[in-house]
Design a protein around this ligand. Structure first.
Ligand SMILES: Nc1nc2c(ncn2[C@@H]2O[C@H](COP(=O)(O)OP(=O)(O)O)[C@@H](O)[C@H]2O)c(=O)[nH]1
Ligand SMILES: [Mg+2]
Length: 386
């Protein structure tokens, strides 16, 4: 297959001079299965990087140069990848920094993973066998590690360790599928958003650990503050949208209305003379019926239970889960008010629901009632086996 190694450059004259001969002489000859090519995507670097590339193009016939206006790293990659596919006939695209920080010896390993059937291979500095430069000051190391842990946690996707790096290989299909969704990510946010969208679309992604070395020539082009703000904005907004489309938001709205049904019933029946315990219990059961119906036909509608006989079996199970919530709430209220007095009851009710009941019941619904995770886990398993 035709592989195009894309090297984005902005003032990398000295680096490109070192890197291309290494790729051509040491790395490419090791790869027998693929047709290896280079594309330098230069944004009219004032230092004359392009002229340097032109000299190298005389020596090796598998190098191309694409120039354009400077609009950021993401914009350069989008332009370069489009060029590689349309003008060079690339099947596989490689993202490699031109400054020599990526361990080129790992390139064959990335391609092996593609041969194994992965759609995208991501170089990782934060897994066993990978690292960031030893000589980085502690705050830079901490920042780099924490940022990636934060991204993984917010997305709830823990299989990928390195979201911010730019050492990757991918099949052209991944880029073609995501291209239109990436146009707004012109800067360094491109890396995080591209990976996230590829994962959302179910592409198979592998990791290859590598040692990230420090830059020896030229300067980094990253503007740290702007970068952090842009990445955080992307991560939070994208996750919010993801959750809005997942059953979770509908589940939360349903539960909130269920709580109001419970409270109103308690109040109405109590004022008509019923004992609060009985009024509350009737309210609770009405709320349970509401929750079951709404979650079945709305939140988890993709997995809804329609056969009457199945509903007959599921509804008692659902009540059992609700009983669990009840036990949690009374336990938290008992412990909380024991230490902080009865006036703290409302606070502990909120704590019980937010910290314990929501994670508990959402998990139970996903695993036991509507079996959503079970189904998606099985289909993932089938994908890996098949
Ligand atoms: N064409 C192009 N390349 C860029 C741009 N910004 C950064 N690069 C290149 O992208 C690679 C990584 O950038 P770098 O500044 O080293 O990022 P860092 O390693 O995160 O500090 C280098 O090869 C840069 O020359 C840009 O706006 N356009
Ligand atoms: Mg760099």
């Amino acid at each position: 297959m035709k592989v195009v190694v894309i090297l984005p450059t902005y003032n990398e004259k000295g680096n490109i001079d070192r890197l291309i001969p290494i790729l051509e002489k040491d790395i490419f000859p090791q790869i027998k299965k693929h047709d290896m090519n280079i594309l330098v995507v230069d944004d009219n670097s004032p230092d004359g990087t392009a002229n340097e590339v032109k000299k190298l193009m005389v020596k090796w016939g598998n190098i191309k140069l694409n120039t354009g206006e400077k609009q950021g790293l993401g914009a350069a990659y989008i332009r370069g990848m489009t060029f590689a596919i349309e003008k060079m006939g690339a099947d596989i695209l490689f993202e490699v920094d031109a400054d020599g920080q990526h361990d080129h010896k790992k390139i064959p390993e990335f391609l092996k993973r593609i041969d194994d059937g992965y759609d995208m291979v991501v170089g990782t500095r934060y897994s066993e066998g990978g690292s960031i430069p030893q000589n980085w000051p502690i705050h830079r190391k901490a920042f780099s590690i924490i940022a990636n842990i934060l991204i993984r946690t917010i997305f709830g996707r823990f299989t990928i360790h390195d979201w911010t790096g730019g050492f990757r290989a991918l099949k052209k299909e991944v880029f073609l599928k995501e291209k239109n969704k990436l146009t707004e990510f012109r800067g360094y946010t491109f890396q995080v958003s591209f990976l996230h969208k590829a994962l959302q679309d179910g592409f198979k992604i592998a990791e290859v650990p590598f040692h990230f070395t420090d830059r020896t020539l030229g300067d980094s082009k990253i503007a740290p503050t702007e970068y952090i703000i842009n990445v955080l904005r992307y991560v939070f907004v994208a996750r919010a949208i993801e959750l809005a489309y997942s059953p979770f938001l509908k589940y939360a709205i349903t539960g909130f209305v269920g709580y109001i049904i419970n409270a109103v019933t308690l109040e109405v029946l109590f004022r008509r003379g019923l004992h609060p315990a009985i009024a509350g219990a009737i309210g609770a059961e009405l709320s349970i019926i509401w929750n079951f119906a709404m979650n079945n036909f709305w939140s988890f509608s993709q997995y809804k239970i329609t056969k009457p006989i199945k509903v007959l079996f599921k509804f008692p199970q659902f009540n059992l889960v609700a009983l669990g919530s009840l036990v949690i709430i009374s336990a938290v209220l008992a412990i909380g008010t024991h230490f902080f007095g009865p006036s703290s009851r409302q606070i502990f009710l909120v704590i019980a629901i937010a910290l314990f009941v929501i994670p508990y019941s959402y998990t139970m619904y996903n695993i036991f009632i509507w079996k959503r995770w079970h189904i998606s886990f099985l289909s993932k398993l089938q994908k890996t086996v098949g």
